[in-house]
Design a protein around this ligand. Structure first.
Ligand SMILES: Cc1cc2nc3c(=O)[nH]c(=O)nc-3n(C[C@H](O)[C@H](O)[C@H](O)COP(=O)(O)OP(=O)(O)OC[C@H]3O[C@@H](n4cnc5c(N)ncnc54)[C@H](O)[C@@H]3O)c2cc1C
Ligand SMILES: *[C@@H]1O[C@H](CO)[C@@H](O)[C@H](O)[C@H]1NC(C)=O
Ligand SMILES: *[C@@H]1O[C@H](CO)[C@@H](O)[C@H](O)[C@H]1NC(C)=O
Ligand SMILES: *[C@@H]1O[C@H](CO)[C@@H](O)[C@H](O)[C@H]1NC(C)=O
Ligand SMILES: *[C@@H]1O[C@H](CO)[C@@H](O)[C@H](O)[C@H]1NC(C)=O
Ligand SMILES: *[C@@H]1O[C@H](CO)[C@@H](O)[C@H](O)[C@H]1NC(C)=O
Ligand SMILES: *[C@@H]1O[C@H](CO)[C@@H](O)[C@H](O)[C@H]1NC(C)=O
Ligand SMILES: *[C@@H]1O[C@H](CO)[C@@H](O)[C@H](O)[C@H]1NC(C)=O
Ligand SMILES: *[C@@H]1O[C@H](CO)[C@@H](O)[C@H](O)[C@H]1NC(C)=O
Ligand SMILES: *[C@@H]1O[C@H](CO)[C@@H](O)[C@H](O)[C@H]1NC(C)=O
Ligand SMILES: *[C@@H]1O[C@H](CO)[C@@H](O)[C@H](O)[C@H]1NC(C)=O
Ligand SMILES: *[C@@H]1O[C@H](CO)[C@@H](O)[C@H](O)[C@H]1NC(C)=O
Length: 612
């Protein structure tokens, strides 16, 4: 992916703006002043920073966070919303790749994950959708624990994010429903530069109604329809877990008991003792790239694994917690035989189609005119307004399959419930974003089609016991025929949406492979040839009922067959949300904090009894 050289130049020129402040962040295990903390949180990502900052609200609680990546501060591509795509394939990205995907004509796909404080919330594409109420009610059903139902989780959602105005100061009445939003640190806003395209999308949805009907707010519990994109952006800058939960504490002196160790990889967990044959994992081994030195730190209360849907199963298997037949051949002693570790990997497939349009109001020129790009950056730099304060599109649609779709009778309904979609449409007012090479002339819009209730399941497995090596990733995209057929339905919906009156004289036609795809067979081939990952990996350390024969964590997020170890990140999701996955991750993390605090209270009671 070519990065426009002039935008890189802007990036380097601007690094000096962000003066680094004196902070208590450690960059090497040598600098650790203690080898014991109450909690060690593995991964300073989306969920990990929520857990660490919430637990240390109690000044007596000492937490160490260990993060493989570096600081988010000063990383302009992470700060400027429009520049997000330029982070892919950099030191802020783990750069994972899948094995050849049979369902995708044997193509391999790159998979991004954040390698930076804030994790994937520091590099993602900012869409903020919490999913339907049905989603969480299904989680309650799948785990057998009513405390995962929406009624019980709503307070954690409200605690995690809040709605703020876009920086252009326009009246957003009717475009969003403030009453469904909360009061938490993550700032959520509509885009700051609405495009003509967005008005056309909304007009069309009002005109068509039915499956395409306008929806005022995704985050109201009913997550179907077409409406305005909400983004994790506040005051024109990215609002990640690092920016929203951590940064305000770094600049104050109110958290003496929170330590953050960056540029350091957790190489494995070590068993400390076994009680009644159940091993306890409260010691963590650390190291740095290109160094053979290893360090150990221990948690007196709990180790919280928040390394994400790829990192978490990787660390578990390196530690001897996972499928025995995977670990034994690599010389790893099985301490807990948990066959579900790494299994059931689920992700959303997506295709971006570009259309040539008869409009001069697209954003393509910014991507090919250096002067205009610099002006646009200067506008962002001085006012936090304009195109760079958001993504290149302000509308999304989440649709259900037609109610008479033969897919529903053939495959059953894979969605969580009647308010949950099967497919997604994302509109962008340009050929692509910064970093994507754009044709030298022409005006474009792009529509991405995705399957958000896929039935394909893949896995992550170990191929080496080297903790600095990469695990094998096989998401099995489009392995299940439902996903192929649903993608074809999404492509047809896209085409019928823009074949309506509001688009007459505007859409000239698609570019690329879709031009020649007219029959279902051709559309299926296009789906297999063009799908990429939406980078929504989940489910590799699934929650399951206490009594289940499968699963990795219990509904209280403690790892089955162990003591002192829990998982808090997107790997515990018992099913894939029919939405983008950051908001559900924040909900799980805020919910987990209460589990952990309750666990602490129980320990204190136990101690009290044994001492008394
Ligand atoms: C490119 C991209 C675009 C996306 N777009 C959107 C979007 O628009 N909207 C949306 O809602 N979601 C989006 N997502 C998905 C969403 O960001 C993730 O689902 C969510 O952030 C996952 O959070 P997590 O806490 O599970 O993991 P992460 O946030 O990835 O955190 C894991 C952390 O653990 C660290 N780590 C891993 N292994 C180790 C180790 N061995 N030692 C130490 N540290 C380790 C990592 O460096 C990372 O910081 C996107 C994701 C990506 C990558
Ligand atoms: C924790 O923070 C408090 C201040 O709130 C401080 O007095 C105490 O020394 C700290 N404890 C440790 C172990 O750093
Ligand atoms: C990802 O790849 C880029 C380009 O090769 C590299 O510079 C970067 O260090 C890689 N990321 C990590 C975490 O290794
Ligand atoms: C994909 O690879 C498999 C195994 O190598 C092969 O049998 C199959 O024909 C390939 N499919 C395509 C479409 O190339
Ligand atoms: C989950 O839903 C199924 C199907 O509706 C139902 O049979 C089952 O009893 C539910 N399980 C729990 C634990 O609620
Ligand atoms: C959308 O509809 C409104 C109200 O009918 C109209 O004023 C506006 O021009 C339309 N916009 C587009 C881009 O079609
Ligand atoms: C995958 O998840 C399903 C529930 O969605 C479960 O029934 C199955 O046992 C899981 N497989 C493994 C290997 O954990
Ligand atoms: C590039 O943008 C600048 C500023 O808007 C404009 O003056 C100039 O004409 C543009 N150049 C080209 C080649 O379009
Ligand atoms: C951004 O603004 C700051 C002042 O706020 C200035 O110092 C810096 O040079 C500007 N950067 C660019 C690239 O214009
Ligand atoms: C483009 O739009 C103009 C009116 O704005 C119209 O006259 C022209 O026919 C359109 N061109 C195409 C190819 O549709
Ligand atoms: C797949 O797409 C590529 C371009 O990205 C094209 O060259 C190739 O012919 C396509 N293959 C099929 C089978 O359509
Ligand atoms: C997901 O990440 C990969 C790897 O960086 C990237 O190629 C792909 O475009 C991303 N997907 C989306 C929809 O942004």
């Amino acid at each position: 992916m070519a990065i426009a050289p002039f935008l890189l130049a802007i990036y380097f020129a601007s690094l000096t703006i962000y003066r680094s402040v004196a902070v208590t962040i450690l960059t090497s295990p040598d600098e650790l002043k203690s080898s014991q903390y109450d909690f060690v949180v593995i991964g300073g990502g989306t969920a990990g920073l929520v857990v660490a900052t919430r637990l240390t609200e109690d000044p007596k609680v000492r937490v160490l966070v260990v993060e493989a990546g570096g600081r988010n501060e000063g990383v302009l591509n992470s700060i400027v919303p429009y520049f997000a795509v330029q982070l892919l394939g950099t030191s802020s990205d783990w750069n994972f790749t899948t094995v050849p995907q049979t369902g995708l004509l044997n193509r391999t796909l790159p998979i991004a994950r954040g390698h930076i404080l804030g994790g994937s919330s520091s590099i993602n594409r900012l869409d903020y959708t919490r999913g339907s109420n049905d989603l969480y009610d299904r989680w309650a059903n799948l785990t057998g624990d009513p405390s995962w139902s929406w009624a019980s989780l709503e307070k954690y959602y409200l605690r995690s994010s809040r709605l703020v105005p876009p920086t252009d100061g326009r009246d957003t009445t009717g475009d969003v429903d403030p009453s469904t939003h909360g009061f938490g640190p993550i700032q959520v806003s509509l885009v700051s530069l609405p495009a003509e395209l967005d008005a056309r999308v909304v007009n069309t949805s009002r005109l068509l109604g039915g499956r395409f009907d306008y929806t005022q707010d995704w985050n109201s519990g009913n997550s179907i329809g077409i409406g305005h994109t909400q983004c994790s952006i506040g005051q024109g800058v990215r609002s990640s877990s690092a920016v929203a939960y951590l940064d305000p504490l770094i600049d104050s002196s109110s958290r003496p008991n929170l330590s953050i160790l960056i540029n350091t990889v957790v190489t494995k967990l070590l068993p400390s003792e076994a009680s009644h044959g159940v091993p306890e994992f409260k010691t963590v081994e650390l190291g740095q790239v290109n160094s053979n030195s290893r360090f150990r730190v221990s948690a007196t209360k709990e180790v919280v694994l928040s390394a994400g849907a790829i990192g978490t199963p990787h660390i578990l298997m390196l530690s001897g917690i996972g499928p025995k037949e995977v670990m034994t051949p690599l010389g790893i002693t099985t301490l807990v035989d948990l066959p579900s570790v790494g299994q059931n990997l689920t992700d959303h497939p997506l295709i971006q189609t570009h259309f040539l349009v008869n409009s001069t109001k697209t954003f393509d020129d910014v991507l090919r005119n250096e002067t205009l790009a610099q002006q646009t950056f200067a506008q962002w730099n001085t006012t936090r307004q304009g195109l760079f304060a958001g993504p290149s599109g302000g509308t999304i649609g989440f649709l259900r399959l037609p109610s008479d779709s033969p897919l529903l009778s053939r495959f059953g309904d894979p969605a969580s419930g009647p308010h949950s979609p099967h497919i997604e449409l994302i509109f962008a007012n340009a050929f692509g974003a910064v970093g994507v090479s754009v044709p030298a002339t022409g005006n474009f819009m792009s529509i991405s089609t995705g399957v958000v209730s896929p039935l394909s399941r893949g896995f992550i497995t170990l191929i080496s016991s080297d903790p600095f090596g990469k695990p094998l990733l096989n998401p099995n995209f489009l392995d299940n025929d439902f996903d192929v057929f649903a993608m074809v339905q999404a492509l047809k919906d896209m085409q019928s949406f823009i074949s309506t009156d509001p688009w007459r004289g505007i859409v000239i036609g698609p570019t690329g492979q879709l031009v020649d795809a007219t029959t279902d067979e051709q559309l299926q081939l296009y789906a297999r040839n063009a799908s990429v990952s939406l980078n929504h990996s989940i489910g590799t350390a699934r929650m399951s009922p206490f009594s289940a024969e499968w699963g990795v964590v219990n509904p209280d997020l403690l790892v089955k067959g162990t003591r002192g170890l829990s998982v808090v990140d997107a790997s515990v999701f018992p099913s894939i949300p029919e939405c983008h996955t950051q908001a559900p991750t924040y909900i799980v993390a805020e919910r987990a904090v209460d589990f952990i605090k309750r666990g602490m209270a129980c320990v204190l009671v136990e101690l009290g009894l044994s001492e008394g």
